[in-house]
Write a protein that binds this ligand. Sequence first.
Ligand SMILES: O=C(O)CCC(=O)C(=O)O
Ligand SMILES: [Fe+2]
Length: 339
Amino acid sequence: MSVGTLPVLDLGLLELPGAAQAEHLTELRETARDVGFFYLVNHGVNAQLLQNVQSITRAFFALPEAEKQRVSMIHSPHFRGYNRAGVEYTREQRDQREQFDIGAERVALTLQPGDPAWKRLQGPNLWPEALPQLRPVIHAWQQEMTGVALRLLRAFARSLSLPANAFDALYGTHPNEHVKLIRYPGQAAHESQQGVGAHKDSGFLTFLLQDEQRGLQVEVTPGNWVDALPKPGAFVVNIGELLELATNGYLRATVHRVVSPPARKERISIAFFLGAQLDAQVPLYQLPASLAAEAAGPTSDPANPLIRDVGWNYLKGRLRSHRDVALRYYTDALNTVKS
Ligand SMILES: O=C(O)CCC(=O)C(=O)O
Ligand SMILES: [Fe+2]
């Protein structure tokens, strides 16, 4: 296999009727097993919506600092809102990116004493008054991306000889639809180049919409970092840890990172993370013997063990990334979640 670039998959081909899809499903399965990252084309998301979401994202980051601080994540026990560069940590190092996190738009749950702390993750988003168009554009994008993600998840299920709806129960009626708007500021040569440090994504599937600035790198084989160069109109898709866990490591959650742009440049990317329902447990799906034989078990980082309880696993990641929010709202949970 060439490791110089990422494979390109076509969603339309994965949905061809009958036997015609078979060879494409095999390609999807093998790509996800060997690389865990690919470009997705022919996904059907309207080009105008892609442009709108990119321009509204630029408009958000161009707001005065005071406006962005009004929607700072420190105001949200649900981990929603704005973080300036250098606040988020990956592997104990600061990430040089500013970001705005949006989750599924739901009311906060009424909690009873003794309820698990992850129930606090559900709740409303924060929206900047100074940019009222942000909310409808992001909602449209979130809805559209949930649809694409579900289509792809069904293709994954078929590619593994599971019923097309095998993952639907995990995803359920309350999926964890997490959108992250990200801006990587240019960094001078003597400054940190960690846009985001090396990590795996924790959910099911991630879709990235990049701009024209390079920076995303994928560790295809140990120590071999491949550039996921921007490809107009395509999403970069990768597998998250839940899907790795569900398939006993057959599908691969691959480590990736972003290297900062040079001084005076910036990079904008928009991520959509499809997670499972917070109250779900990730089962181990029975794969056909020939595939099960190739599943080596999830390659979880011993310093960051995976938890099958979706809510706890998600909370663990959030507490790790956003220490200030954790200390404000989750001191009681810091010992329960071994993060
Ligand atoms: O900005 C990117 O291209 C990647 C972002 C990423 O990996 C993440 O936020 O998990
Ligand atoms: Fe990531």
